[in-house]
Design a protein around this ligand. Structure first.
Ligand SMILES: *[C@@H]1O[C@H](CO)[C@@H](O)[C@H](O)[C@H]1NC(C)=O
Ligand SMILES: *[C@@H]1O[C@H](CO)[C@@H](O)[C@H](O)[C@H]1NC(C)=O
Ligand SMILES: *[C@@H]1O[C@H](CO)[C@@H](O)[C@H](O)[C@H]1NC(C)=O
Ligand SMILES: *[C@@H]1O[C@H](CO)[C@@H](O)[C@H](O)[C@H]1NC(C)=O
Ligand SMILES: *[C@@H]1O[C@H](CO)[C@@H](O)[C@H](O)[C@H]1NC(C)=O
Length: 291
């Protein structure tokens, strides 16, 4: 046999792109992710040097925020966002989960998890529901994920009610303005502390507070990747881990993350993922794969 052909055939299994994991293996890769999503296990994965969960070029999307490309960003968002029980904010920490829906084939999982969040700022313990698709690399790292926060708008009802109890106010507009005040002061303190030198976004605490409470809208729950206070509240949690990257996200420009750059159509029709989510041969001309 031709030597080159022999070499090619020997190397084929190593280079073939799509792994074919057993169902059990996919279940354990998935529970490994959710186990490490919980606090305090998540603290071990925030750093850029943690390579245990995501591939280097991972692509991720969360419907209510945005797309996140690369391991550094995903380590900071997925594990950093829910990691600070003593930092005032809306997100709290995930302390427990159950998988309630699970299907798996080859390298792909579709799964729903009911997660208990302890939102310590407002003394609220509440379930959040995430449905996510995962695609794993041959080394068992997440190569792609596409996650949806189910009933997030509805979750804001108990969160705002808990905030109302905390502030002792019941009028909805008043609660929102008290929450906005708390978030803005917290974000501006983060800015003063971590966004130094070339990373400064605002000339003063006052300018920061005015911008966050008057110049932009509070935002709807689905607008955590748009030009809103809620979006800057998301990014506030990441600034300390990587000021160079995240300071612009809490600033007036929004740093390409907290911006109104896409219409509804552009968001839902975006061809973001490099790999098809439809098994081979079932969607040969899958127009949804990135060009
Ligand atoms: C993947 O492995 C399963 C057995 O675990 C087998 O039935 C299936 O045909 C394999 N699929 C591919 C595409 O190789
Ligand atoms: C990763 O970085 C953190 C600080 O960001 C450091 O404490 C830790 O030792 C590093 N781990 C490795 C394995 O390099
Ligand atoms: C998960 O299920 C166990 C019982 O199997 C229950 O005790 C626990 O509260 C559940 N957690 C969540 C987040 O639903
Ligand atoms: C939520 O966090 C608070 C503050 O740390 C703690 O007192 C409380 O026990 C936690 N609740 C649960 C269910 O873990
Ligand atoms: C809460 O507000 C009500 C009415 O504004 C007031 O009567 C009550 O004393 C307040 N409770 C606390 C604990 O501050």
């Amino acid at each position: 046999m031709d030597l080159l052909l022999l070499l090619f055939l020997l190397l084929l299994p190593l280079t073939s792109a799509q792994p074919n994991f057993t169902f059990n293996h996919l279940w354990s890769l998935t529970t490994h992710f959710w186990d490490n999503f919980l606090y305090p296990a998540n603290l071990a994965h925030i750093s850029d040097n943690d390579t245990s969960i995501f591939t280097a070029s991972v692509q991720g999307r969360v419907d209510v925020t945005r797309t996140f490309t690369s391991r550094d960003l995903n380590n900071e968002y997925i594990f950093g966002l829910f990691s600070q029980p003593n930092h005032p904010g809306l997100f709290g920490i995930p302390i427990d989960y159950n998988i309630t829906q699970f299907a798996a084939t080859q390298d792909t999982v579709a799964c729903t998890a009911v997660i208990t969040f302890n939102i310590t700022t407002f003394d609220l313990v509440a379930p959040g529901v995430i449905t996510a698709w995962f695609q794993f690399s041959s080394t068992g790292r997440i190569a792609q994920y596409d996650a949806v926060f189910r009933w997030l708008d509805f979750l804001f009802v108990p969160i705002m009610q808990a905030a109302g109890r905390k502030f002792n106010v019941s009028d909805h507009a008043l609660i929102q303005s008290r929450v906005a005040d708390l978030l803005a002061r917290t974000i501006c303190e983060t800015h003063e502390r971590y966004c130094l030198g070339a990373n400064r976004q605002y000339p003063s605490m006052e300018a920061c507070y005015v911008f966050l409470t008057r110049d932009i809208r509070f935002g709807q729950p689905y607008e955590m990747g748009r030009n809103t206070l809620l979006c800057r509240e998301v990014h506030d949690n990441m600034v300390r881990y990587n000021p160079d990257v995240h300071c612009p996200h809490i600033g007036p420009t929004g740093g390409a993350y907290c911006v109104d750059d896409q219409t509804y159509q552009e968001v839902v029709l975006e061809r973001y993922f490099r790999e098809s989510w439809v098994p081979e041969n079932y969607a040969e001309d899958n127009v949804w794969v990135a060009l």
